[in-house]
Design a binder for this molecule. Sequence first.
Ligand SMILES: Cc1ncc(COP(=O)(O)O)c(C=O)c1O
Length: 395
Amino acid sequence: MLDSLERLPPDSILGLAAIARADTNPHKIDLTVGVYMDESGITPVFDAIASAQRTLVENETTKVYMAPSGDEQFNLGMRKLVLGEDSAALRDNRVSSIQAPGGCGALRIGAEIIQAARPGARVWVSDPTWPVHIPLLGSVGLKFETYRYYDPASHGVNFDAMVEDLKQAGPDDVLLLHGCCHNPCGADLTLEQWGVIADMAEAQGFMPFVDIAYQGMGDGLEQDAAGIRLLAERLPEMIVAASCSKNMGLYRERTGITLFVCRDTDNAEALLSQAAVAARRVYSMPPAHGAILAGKVLSDPALTASWKQELEGMCSRINSLRSALVRELAAQCDRDFSFIANEKGMFSFLGLTKEQALLLRSEHSVYMLDSSRINVAGINAGNVAPLAKAVASVL
Ligand SMILES: Cc1ncc(COP(=O)(O)O)c(C=O)c1O
């Protein structure tokens, strides 16, 4: 039976990262996978997480299963983190949530709920979007439509085209949005534009499904959630999938959450019961470790303060790397790369051709995706000038 299965090609991003890792050139520059790295190329454990972990290890008395909805402190903390301390939806008790294995697990639970409510519903995804969205949501049975989003000419959002395309979305449709720090393009909606999306959702009846995997890595924790909060204030229902992989450094602990903002308490409770059953048929109970740590950090004022400070440090480092890259590129070549400084989060499209990206790989051991998407957090003081020089040489 099993020998009928063929070997599949590696995931396009993880496969390229493996090639970069195997490159023995000591001057290689790996800008592939979206993980944060510090000046020495390390993806650090946050001090607050390490401290919570020490307490957990000292006091843990059992490894018995988690509740299907996950850690209570984590759920409460994440609802406030995403929707805001003063969220009317939270006050009105019309939000429920379920801990999930990472942002991917959270997206999958959201997809399962949509499929249960509207089998084969159309999900509108941005062009481009994070490639994993398609198999994650599509394997549940959802269908896709694409809306225009990134404009390579202006290096920003083509909002008019987005609105034009979304005019076709109706009450049985879902709109997938990136909460902040769009992956792969780094171009985000303004708050005013989120308001227009809310107007359209109100008028046309489609439901937003927001993926937020980088809260706190763009303009700050509160600002990065402003779009989601606006939708939650204005609309009767939406789903949010949030990840703690990047903003708490919990990548391998698989820590995420699906939030359901509903019409009323009854519906919120119904959705939680649906989500628990969906989780049961996929993986049963969520993993404990990361969510317990995140729950401790979010519920202890001293740990919260330490975490926020470290996250702000990461965020400002990413933004200064953007400025440094713009400066170095300006010094090395004629093309205007100033747009890099205006984007949010870890990603940017440099606007190179596939041939140029391949040349950077083969001639300079500079690894970026074929689309010339880079992870800005892979840059550091030591490699920014050689990177700009290599880019200039292939233009
Ligand atoms: C846009 C987006 N959504 C969701 C995720 C999910 O992250 P994870 O499952 O690692 O928490 C990622 C991770 O790279 C992402 O870039």
